[in-house]
Design a protein around this ligand. Structure first.
Ligand SMILES: C[S@@+](CC[C@H](N)C(=O)[O-])C[C@H]1O[C@@H](n2cnc3c(N)ncnc32)[C@H](O)[C@@H]1O
Length: 242
């Protein structure tokens, strides 16, 4: 499917982009992020002021097909829900697809967003700081991204990986970590990446979450970037505050 044939997002809906969508369902029967997002929108206890458009990007063709089948199972619910528009699947590389989507909106003189870009990469090198910067330059766009410290720290001293680290950070901010003990490296990298999200990608607010193993060593981090304080407010029941 091509996003040129059908405009996604636009101001009458909120756009949710899952940039590394995966197959939607796993062999063990667990739902993947696209299905969790669709179900959450349909079942959400509070009415949504505008419907949600979904764009799922996946670079593996077979996973795209499995995802299509997983979404198909919810076809009836989707058609009967005023909360969501029919989801779209794009086969391709996340960064290229998002860049051409933003180009298309810019060329049409259309305001981008409101939109949330969920960037759930496998490791640490598929989401560039340039991509986050471009998304965050749109005032009504937010990013929720993933960085795998467990993978990154294994490759930090491998010079063949340094170019991709530069791409991730938008520069060499990660490099002083090479001089540190392993224990200190994680907090240095977390701080350097957060700082880059604020100073390079110009995200006004960055919220980070650490997922750790049983011995409290960090495994990966999640980062929520927003330009609006409203994006960080929730009440005790998890409802976004107006
Ligand atoms: C960690 S998995 C995502 C899992 C999914 N978000 C979920 O919760 O079920 C990463 C997915 O991104 C896909 N992928 C890897 N590189 C990609 C890229 N550059 N652009 C788009 N998809 C990519 C992989 O094929 C894989 O299915």
């Amino acid at each position: 499917m091509s996003h040129q044939s059908q405009r996604v997002g636009a101001t009458e809906s909120l756009l949710f982009v899952d940039g590394f969508a995966g197959p939607g369902s796993y062999l063990g029967g667990e739902d993947g992020s696209p299905i969790l997002a669709i179900k959450s929108a349909i079942e959400h206890a509070v009415p949504l002021p505008i419907p949600i458009s979904f764009l799922f990007i996946e670079e593996d063709r077979e996973r795209c097909e499995i995802l299509g089948g997983a979404i198909q199972k919810y076809d009836h619910d989707i058609r009967n829900s005023a909360r969501i528009k029919p989801p779209r699947i794009e086969h391709g590389d996340c960064e290229s697809v998002v860049n051409s989507l933003l180009d298309e909106w810019n060329e049409a003189g259309q305001q981008v967003g409101p939109a949330l870009f969920f960037l759930d990469q496998f490791g640490y090198s598929d989401v560039s700081m340039d991509l986050v910067t471009r998304i965050m330059s749109c005032p009504r766009c937010e990013v929720f991204s993933y960085l795998n410290w467990d993978h990154m720290h294994r490759f930090l001293t491998d010079q063949s990986k340094w170019a991709s680290l530069n791409r991730t950070f938008g520069g060499e901010e990660w490099r002083p970590s090479l001089e540190l003990e392993l224990k200190e490296r994680a907090s240095f990298i977390l701080h350097a990446y957060r700082t880059a999200l604020m100073t390079k990608a110009r995200s006004r607010y960055v919220w980070s979450f650490t997922m750790a193993d049983e011995s409290d060593s960090p495994l990966y981090w999640l980062f929520f970037c927003t330009n609006s304080l409203r994006g960080t407010r929730r009440d005790e029941e998890g409802h976004v505050q107006g």
